[in-house]
Design a protein around this ligand. Structure first.
Ligand code: NAD
Ligand code: IPM
Ligand code: MN
Length: 347
């Protein structure tokens, strides 16, 4: 089990080391952890946020555990040198097109979300976010128009094969859950979204058991707080999925709880919390490591087929929360390491 560990910036190393401790505690057969530099940390050391040797380490591994990247002091750099390019580059270079972001309410947290408890407790959804296309990876630029005004531009597009493969990922995920798939787009305005919707309908013919619905993204943002229990699997593009998943995190309590799997065809995957480097709390030892620990569980499930071990981690996190051990993000006082210790004790 060769796992690349890219801790990154800010709270990235703090939360990643707790997830590593959890993996090490499981006595996994042949576990080998290989560290690599990413993000601002890699830029400062090697002059690039995603050095070739880091990419090589990822390619030599069966899975990547990723912390977070982002460093406001480097935001002046040309875009291709900014810390975020590490995660964007890994997603693109490794063909990680399907990003699974589950959100459910843990027992004991019903009163701690941004929603009323009776609404919050209905949530058990999965966002399937396309990760290799959309406005993220289109041509972009800054230019000065003839009249001297500056203009920034980013090209949004999806080709049908890109939509088709994430559609299959969405339908397959729905087949393993409640068999309801809601495709979120902005087809009333965007051609990109019209194609998206057309292809979703075409692919639906191959999954007659799944009930496909469509929703505009503005309405989806509203429904996510009004009636989130109505969602089972949501499939959406790169940008909408990014935004809706941060929103979903507060519907279940904290961004410090949301894990993710970024999958290619096959079993290779990159696993990371949905949150960033959180510069406002970095270095204080107070970040919630649960999202990263839960990402490690997703890794065992998706890349190594170790369902029982994945559930063991998820149960230990749930038991920790049920015991009232929480970080500041959930109104508690436990620090990063204390939360890691509590999860380890319950494994
Ligand atoms: P962020 O997710 O880093 O932080 C948003 C807020 O949530 C902050 O108040 C932070 O303290 C809090 N938070 C996040 N994770 C937490 C945790 N585990 N425990 C407790 N509180 C937590 O988003 P941001 O502030 O918009 O971005 C900061 C930097 O991170 C930027 O440079 C951004 O580009 C980058 N970023 C990286 C990733 C990634 O590596 N995949 C994801 C999102 C943002
Ligand atoms: C995420 C982050 C990234 C994204 C950034 C850091 C490029 O917000 O993983 O959700 O937008 O995908
Ligand atoms: Mn995001």
């Amino acid at each position: 089990m060769r796992i690349a560990v890219f801790a990154g910036d800010g709270i990235g190393p703090e939360v990643t080391s707790e997830a590593v401790r959890v993996l090490q505690a499981l006595d996994l057969p042949g576990l080998e952890l290989v560290e690599g530099d990413v993000g601002g940390a890699a830029y400062r050391k090697h002059g690039h946020p995603l050095p070739a040797e880091t990419l090589d380490i990822a390619r030599s591994a069966e899975a990547v555990l990723f912390g977070a990247v982002g460093d406001f002091d480097l935001d002046h750099l040309e875009r291709h040198l900014r810390p975020e390019q590490a995660v964007l580059g890994l997603r693109k270079e490794l063909g990680l097109f399907a990003n699974l972001r589950p959100a459910r309410v843990f027992k004991g947290l019903e009163d701690l979300t941004s929603l009323r408890p009776e609404v919050a407790q209905t949530i058990d959804l999965l966002i399937v976010r396309e990760l290799n296309g959309d406005v993220y990876f289109g041509e972009k630029g800054m230019r000065t128009l003839e009249d001297g005004r500056r203009q920034g531009w980013d090209m949004m597009s999806y080709a049908e094969d890109e939509v088709r493969r994430i559609a299959h990922a969405g339908f397959k995920a729905a087949m393993t859950r409640g068999k309801k798939l809601c495709s979120v787009d902005k087809a009333n305005v965007l051609e990109t979204s019209q194609l998206w919707r057309d292809v979703m309908i075409e692919v639906a013919a191959e999954y007659p058991e799944v009930e496909l619905s469509h929703m505009y993204v503005d309405n989806a943002a509203m429904q996510l707080v009004k009636n989130p229990g109505a969602f089972d699997v949501v499939v959406t593009g790169n940008l909408f999925g990014d935004i809706l998943s941060d929103q979903a995190s507060m519907c279940v309590g904290s961004i410090g709880l949301l894990a993710s799997a970024s999958l290619a065809e096959g079993t290779f995957g990159l696993y990371e919390p949905i949150h960033g480097s959180a510069p406002d709390i970095a270095g204080k030892g107070i970040a919630n490591p649960m999202a990263t620990i839960l990402s490690a569980a997703m890794m065992l499930r998706h890349s190594f087929g170790m369902e029982a071990e994945a559930v063991r981690i998820e149960d230990a996190v749930a038991a920790t929360l049920a015991a009232g051990i929480k970080g500041g993000d959930l109104g508690g006082s436990a620090g990063t390491k204390e939360i890691g210790d509590a999860v380890l004790a319950r494994l």
